[in-house]
Design a binder for this molecule. Structure first.
Ligand code: HEM
Length: 453
């Protein structure tokens, strides 16, 4: 951990030179502490393994090239999705090319700005439910935030609170899935040849099936409601009634199940991780927490109106700063489809391109005070430049997170509602240690003392 007492927790980097086998072992434990410190200063790094080459791209212009300029030439690597395929099928998160483009044409309209305003009352209701649910005393706050974020997804997608029997069953099965299915990206970095069978554990497959059965029930019911003209006007209805502007086709129930599974997974694990870290940072820097509580009290007292989002400036900056320091998706992987020349290196076809929000967000040559918590940075010149050029918690370009706008409403709103209601303090001896599982999480959870204001 970091030695400086005023900096938030950062995994200790590994030694500069280690053997491949040691690297693999470290990697299995945690992809963050498996990396050397020089990646916080490098523009690019190469990892040679006996089976494939992997390049970490850590320079804004190169990141833009891959994500924004030529995204179709850098598809997602198959390896990344391996652990998730039993659960996500052919969801938009895993597909590439024409299939992916078609799916985005149907999904994107549901997440446009105007629709966000429509989902706001459901988010507010989930925030109120979280405030009512959280008790006083020492708490593992990640668990609370998972619960709250799952509630947001069910309310906005299916107009159901998490207390609903099916919603609650999906939530619990997802937790089991996450436990049985370790690190998302490990397969993409581990130097295993493609022919080596990796297989999914029986438990993973069983849990995936149980989740998909439950989601199929929700989706089939909704199909029937749409046909009967009785469906509520929420995200699921919007997506299921949108025809592809090119082919005119809509999602079948099966296709919609794949998409619901990814909305649920991508939408609640990530937001929960960010909210948990945000509350920890506010507990660690109480002067910021007090400022935020004041802002929240003034902004939220008029009640649930989308206009409050314009007033939650500090909440937004705190949430942004959290996404910078603890990006829920720490790394992303793409593959080259033709020979590339990046900086002075030739990259063969089939190379893995690793984009690392974790390293880019703490890049020592780009950010002032890269490891410090400073929500005020976003008002400075350096902060504004880096926001444009070196801040990619939601990825960027055509394949940017569909839920980015959604998350930037949900995160600041829930943060403000929680800090308005509670004071959060650190629990002595229980500061969290960041590790990368499916998302960046705390190794032993995030323990905070909650007391009502
Ligand atoms: C703080 C919250 C969130 C963060 C940090 C986040 C981050 C990301 C990132 C980095 C990606 C790109 C992954 C890659 O290309 O390898 C992504 C993709 C995606 N996210 Fe999010 N996400 C968040 C919330 C949400 C929410 C709330 C939803 C939906 C309700 C969502 C749905 C998706 C989907 C469907 C994709 C796949 C897009 C595609 O590949 O075309 N995310 N997210």
């Amino acid at each position: 951990m970091s030695d400086a007492p005023d900096l938030p927790p950062k995994p200790r980097a590994r030694a500069e030179r280690v053997s491949l086998w040691r690297h693999m072992r470290l990697f299995r434990q945690d992809i963050l502490s498996a990396q050397p410190a020089r990646l916080y200063r490098a523009w690019m790094a190469e990892f040679r393994t006996p089976f494939f080459r992997s390049y970490l791209v850590n320079q804004p212009a190169l990141v833009d090239e891959v994500l924004k300029a030529r995204p179709m030439e850098f598809p997602k690597s198959d390896r990344v999705g391996e652990g998730l395929r039993p659960l996500l099928g052919r969801s938009v998160f895993l597909t590439n090319g024409a299939e992916w483009q078609r799916q985005r044409r149907i999904i994107d309209p549901a997440f446009e700005g105007g629709r966000l305003r429509d989902t706001f009352p459901a988010m507010w209701a989930a925030g109120e439910a979280a405030v009512a649910r959280i008790g006083e005393g020492p708490r593992e706050i990640e668990e609370d935030m998972s619960h709250a974020a799952a509630d947001v997804i069910f309310r906005t997608l299916f107009s159901l609170p998490i207390e609903d029997e099916v919603a609650s069953a999906v939530f619990h099965q997802f937790r089991a899935y996450q436990r049985s299915q370790p690190i998302l990206n490990a397969a993409a970095f581990l130097p295993l040849p493609r022919w080596m069978p990796r297989g999914h554990r029986a438990q993973t497959r069983r849990t995936a099936r149980a989740i998909r059965d439950l989601i199929t029930r929700l989706t089939a019911t909704r199909m029937a409601e749409i046909a009967a003209g009785t469906a509520p006007d929420d995200l699921a209805t919007k997506i299921m009634t949108t025809a592809d502007p090119v082919t005119g086709a809509r999602f079948t129930t099966e296709e919609m199940v794949d998409q619901v599974a990814i909305f649920f997974l991508a939408g609640h694990e990530t937001s929960a991780s960010a909210l948990g870290w945000a509350l920890y940072l506010l507990a660690r820097y109480p002067e910021w927490q007090e400022k935020l509580a004041e802002e929240a009290e003034a902004a939220l007292s008029p009640g649930p109106d989308f206009a409050v989002m314009g007033k939650l400036r500090l909440a937004r900056d705190v949430f942004r700063e959290t996404l910078r320091l603890y990006p829920p998706v720490p790394m992303m992987v793409r593959e080259t489809t033709r020979p590339e020349r990046f900086r002075d290196r030739d990259l063969p076809v089939g190379s893995q391109i690793v984009l690392s929000p974790w390293h880019l967000h703490r890049h020592e040559r780009l950010w002032e005070n890269p490891d410090g918590f400073d929500p005020a940075r976003w008002q400075t010149e350096n902060g504004k430049t880096c926001l444009r050029e070196a801040f990619v918690p939601f990825s960027a370009g055509a394949r940017v997170c569909t839920g980015a706008g959604f998350a930037m409403v949900e995160g600041p709103l829930l943060l403000a509602m929680l800090v308005r209601a509670f004071r959060f303090e650190r629990v002595a001896g229980r500061d969290p240690v960041p590790v990368a599982y499916l998302t960046v999480r705390a190794r032993d959870g995030i323990w905070l003392m909650a007391s009502r204001r």
